[in-house]
Write a protein that binds this ligand. Sequence first.
Ligand SMILES: [Zn+2]
Length: 209
Amino acid sequence: MIHEIFPVGPLQCNCSIVGDEQTREAMVVDPGDDIEDVLAILQRHGLTVKQIVITHAHIDHIGGAAKLRRVTGAPVLLNANDQTLLKMLDVQATWLGMRPPEHTIIDASLTTGDKVRTGGLVADVMHTPGHTEGSICLYYAAEKKLIAGDTLFAGSIGRTDLPGGSYKKIMESLHGPVLALPDETIVVPGHGPLTTIGDERETNPFLGG
Ligand SMILES: [Zn+2]
């Protein structure tokens, strides 16, 4: 598994490029900005983008998706419950003093039970509402790796005070599917350093650690 993790944009969202070493197919997760950098990394590894997956429709995670879609032709996949936020991208841009991004559409919705295949790599989709209505996590069971978006951070959890946020729901998502994962699972949060499910279970103050 090729897995490049790098911060993009002014809010330093962790963008992931996940690639199959044999087929050279790739998935890009949360291309919030800096699409030239994303394309350079894809080219360096000789990867072709098969899917653009968005963990949730906050501008720092989705801002570059339309441009990447235009350049690569790959579909944009996210949970349809974030459609309302998607329609608010211009408003979100205003909050941050950014230029509004290109109009972004959902090619297909992803929810619990769906699998996203990139070559031989398989990610299970987990719908984990709370930070937003449509927040999802991607779990690579074979590699024991979770791309968590803004649901879980090292030592913290996603904020729930923005439109569509719910403290009750994020707690249900965390204590439900997320903490059901094995302790050794590597967590790639939407911002900041990597962690593991075991470390968060033990020490995250929001999870009773
Ligand atoms: Zn967010």
